[in-house]
Ligand binder design. Structure first.
Ligand code: PYC
Length: 330
């Protein structure tokens, strides 16, 4: 068998959502910043993204991470989605931290805490790893500031009339109450949520692109359906992020949780420094806290805590004669 390409990765999942960290096989990238190197990758090597993330090696929900050097932080990384490049990705940051620990790259394995800074296209974030008995027990990332751009935007699609808040949390989200959209936050509700979410996203983005949503300058990446409940330990935001018509976030979504914090603080539903749990449809939680940001009115600094688990180490190859070298998605 003649091999035309080798790429090695370490895979993990964060609350169910996969992260594929590339550890070898990407050619050197040009550019002074991580954002510029991500752009160089997009211009010259995009087929590597689809090769790694699409079927038959991946699937619609797979997220990749390419590490690069950084002159501004301890590490640099950019995020590959199956459909688009992400400016920031919370679940993948948690997966990357656990992968770096697995590779022995972030401090002595017997230290109870390690921290590092990470340059991503959205900015510089700080990541803390807490260990118990030599194993990672929690990863916290201090995200880029999150803020609400537009509130109560009317959206009509799929026979529904709902309202959305447009919020930045490292990616752009349209936040919509699940009940108003008839979305059930459970595995059995996913197909319906993806169909409705994709239609609502298209309608919201049509309004943003036509300048009909004051304050919102860019189309939203995803729709986040939410419901708030309380138990003896405090507030829980149950949520489901619809990324595309065939792709949802299995995790509580790190950037989505960041957007949710900014929305709840702006609505007076949450105080700064008051932790909540954001919960995915599988019942796995992140802990999310809004901290103050100096000098940016209305913006908050999200602190998100979660955990990832390694699922495998791979060496993907492209064999001579493979009829689908770039993979495919249906
Ligand atoms: O966790 O921020 C996140 C995320 C974005 C897209 C998929 N996961």
């Amino acid at each position: 068998m003649t091999i035309r390409r080798w790429i090695s990765t370490i895979d993990s999942h964060t609350a169910g959502h996969p992260t594929r960290v590339v550890t070898g096989g990407v050619p050197p990238l040009k550019g002074d910043t991580v954002e510029a190197r991500a752009e160089d990758f997009r211009a010259r090597f995009d087929p590597l993204r689809t090769f790694l993330l699409h079927e038959p090696r991946g699937h619609a929900a797979m997220v990749g991470v390419v590490m690069t050097e950084s002159t501004r932080a301890d590490f640099g990384a950019f995020f590959l989605g199956s459909y688009k490049y992400l400016e920031m990705c919370g679940h993948a940051t948690i997966g990357l931290a656990v992968t770096l620990d697995h590779m022995g790259l972030i401090g002595p394995a017997d230290a109870p805490h390690s921290s590092f800074t990470l340059e991503v296209p959205a900015g510089i974030i700080t990541v803390h790893v807490r260990r118990e008995q030599g194993m990672v027990a929690a990863v916290t990332f201090e995200n880029v500031p999150a803020h609400v751009a537009a509130c109560n935007v009317p959206v009509s699609a799929a026979g529904l009339n709902v309202s959305a808040d447009v919020v930045w949390g490292g990616n752009w989200y349209g936040l919509i109450a699940a009940r108003a959209a008839g979305v059930e936050l459970a595995p059995s509700g996913v197909s319906h949520a993806m169909a409705v979410g994709a239609a609502l996203k298209a309608a919201l983005n049509a309004g943003i692109n036509e300048g009909r949503v004051p304050g919102a300058a860019r189309p939203v990446d995803s729709i986040l359906f939410y419901e708030t409940e309380a138990d003896e330990e405090g507030l829980v935001s149950r949520q489901l992020v619809v990324l595309e018509s065939n792709k949802f976030d299995r995790s509580p979504c790190g950037t989505g949780s960041s957007a949710r914090l900014a929305q709840m603080v702006a609505r007076g539903e949450l105080r700064l420094d008051q932790p909540i749990r954001t919960r995915n449809i599988l019942g796995v939680d992140f802990t999310a806290t809004a901290r103050a940001v100096d000098g940016r009115t209305g913006a908050i600094r999200p602190h998100i805590i979660g955990l990832a688990h390694i699922t495998g180490e791979h060496r993907f190859v492209l064999a001579h004669g493979d009829p689908l070298p770039d993979g495919f998605l249906c």
